[in-house]
Design a protein around this ligand. Sequence first.
Ligand code: FES
Ligand code: FES
Length: 185
Amino acid sequence: MRRAFTRGFEDFINVPEKSEQAAVRHMKKHIEFLLNGSRVAVDADARIPLLYVLRDQLGLTGTRFGCGTERCGACMVLVEGKPEYSCAREVGSVAGKAIRTIEGLSGNGAPHPLQDAFVEEQAGQCGYCLPGILMSSLALLEKNLSPKRDEIQRALDPHLCRCGVHNRVVRAVQKAATAMRAARE
Ligand code: FES
Ligand code: FES
């Protein structure tokens, strides 16, 4: 493999030499999984990150590329309800599993209570970190609708926010939890 910069950091990719291109084609596998409730199928090298398949093959660009090394949380999605770094998870390993991304957060066109609360609390500045943070918040609230402040902090610990909106994010998650509890009563 030789490495090449193409358009920018996000496009820093491995470009196979010509002699390797046929071999790469042979490595492609037919992989099916459940994405935001719908069955999808892709033909891809099973070893590439799920993030690339979501963004480049399936057009779901809400999930972000940040570091590519499991250090920022921008790429977080839910795999079987559990937050996972999609930059590190090989797409072949999610065959048959249920994946949820930020695009699946709102149901039937209405915003999710988390989305309402993040807007109300103005819990974001540039917004780059938010898709990942929202997915981890969702996983937390699906397990625990009355999270304490330190439980929210622990759940969101894998996420970096360079704009420093941490306090607002915690308030927004608490507000969403209150709304979700009320909706259940
Ligand atoms: S892009 Fe996956 S953790 Fe940063
Ligand atoms: S709002 Fe900008 S990185 Fe979090």
